[in-house]
Design a protein around this ligand. Structure first.
Ligand code: ADP
Ligand code: MG
Length: 361
């Protein structure tokens, strides 16, 4: 099912008398999600991810704009008529019901021609339970399950209605690190095998990058950039997006354009065709090299060996980060001596931004 969000806006009235302006949680948000895609809505806490999801599910009504599922305008449809499956951070299972009863719960109140027999419901529950690999656990109560298993039950319950769209709001946040990794792979596998158009909300960039076909980065209710994870990582449209993606984080410096060259401190690090003036420069950790002649001198703090690669921790007076982290090939270990390091830079890993607007130059 193709999903279209058109100029979607959601305002909440301010409860603060000194600041009577409404909170714009989602601001003129336009996005097309192709049929069968898994997209991640990514951004810091409070940027409007959950509100966007709630608008998609119908739990909240937009202040402006429209939502389409395929060609159907669903903007004013109540949640139960939209055909969405919802999974939240808190699994919210019924503790007194078995796993199977929890899964069939959304099917119980179907009436008229949609009414299902016990046997039909049981078969549907077993089928989705098999899909999320909890078919052995159908007779247990939620308290007898691990967090990861409980979240699978919640996913099964969302899937049993055969939703047109699956909406997941930080579904992995309550799981420990290992389960989080495993469950995100599971979600990817389930999404692939069902082909259900899925919107996955997270504040964790690594999670978003690793499982989605497309990431959509949000800040303060406004869509910043959308694209395939690698595309957005390689080609950030502004400093916010550059900083939000990547571990270790991108290294940011005060820089200057002068006579067609980009300066950091008093060194010209590369040619750059833009008007003279102060800029912000962001360099990915993998954008530094130690081969050939260097152009960018930093003070060397320490070296951390990580097997194939080494992490060079350095500093520079123009650095906006606490430390500079460069990831280089371990073959270069011998060259790292003394209290200075002279890096070369890979031009495609160096991004230059307008100091005032943060837009990429
Ligand atoms: P996220 O899920 O990205 O953390 P939310 O969508 O929950 O962000 O919230 C976006 C903004 O809208 C925040 O500033 C939040 O305080 C505000 N907000 C969310 N829900 C309400 C509400 N029901 N009433 C007033 N403000 C709200
Ligand atoms: Mg949220």
């Amino acid at each position: 099912m193709k999903v279209t969000l058109k100029n979607l806006t959601k305002e909440f009235p301010s409860r603060n008398k000194k600041q009577p302006k409404p909170v714009v949680a989602v601001n003129d948000f336009t996005l097309e999600i192709e049929n069968g895609m898994l997209i991640a809505l990514l951004g810091p806490s409070g940027c409007g991810k959950s509100t966007t999801l709630n608008l998609l599910s119908g739990l909240q009504k937009p202040t402006g704009g429209e939502i389409y599922f395929g060609d159907d305008d669903v903007t004013n449809l109540p949640p139960e008529n939209r055909g969405v499956g919802l999974v939240f951070q808190n699994y919210a299972l019924y503790p007194h019901l078995t796993v199977k009863q929890n899964i069939t719960f959304p099917l119980e109140n179907r009436r008229g021609k949609d009414k299902l027999t016990k046997a039909e419901m049981s078969e549907m529950a077993t089928e989705v339970a098999r899909l999320v690999q909890i078919d052995e656990l159908l007779d247990r109560k939620p308290s007898e399950l691990s967090g990861g298993q409980q979240q699978r039950v919640a996913i099964a319950r969302a899937l049993v209605k055969q939703p047109r769209v699956l909406l997941l709001d930080e579904p992995l946040s309550n799981l420990d690190a290992r389960l989080r990794l495993q469950t995100r792979e599971e979600i990817r596998r389930i999404q692939r095998s069902t082909g259900i158009t899925t919107v996955f909300v997270t504040h964790d960039q690594e999670e978003a990058m690793s499982i989605s076909d497309m990431i959509v980065v949000m800040k303060e209710g406004v869509l910043q950039q959308k694209g395939r994870p690698q595309e957005v990582y390689d080609d950030p449209c502004n400093l916010f997006v550059a900083k939000f993606l990547g571990t270790p984080p991108v290294n940011v410096f005060d820089g200057e354009i002068k006579g067609g060259k980009l300066y950091i401190g008093n060194e010209a690090v590369m040619s750059f065709d833009a008007p003279d003036g102060a800029v912000d420069v962001a360099i990915r950790p993998e954008g530094f090299t130690l081969e050939g002649e260097g152009c960018f001198t930093c003070s060397l703090d320490r070296v951390e060996v990580m097997g194939r690669d080494i992490s060079v921790v350095a500093d520079h007076s123009a650095s906006q980060n606490e430390v500079i982290r460069a990831i280089v090939d371990s073959d270069n270990l011998d060259t790292l001596k003394g209290d200075k390091v002279v890096f070369g830079l890979k031009p495609n890993k160096v991004y230059v931004f307008n100091k005032t607007t943060g837009e990429r130059i």
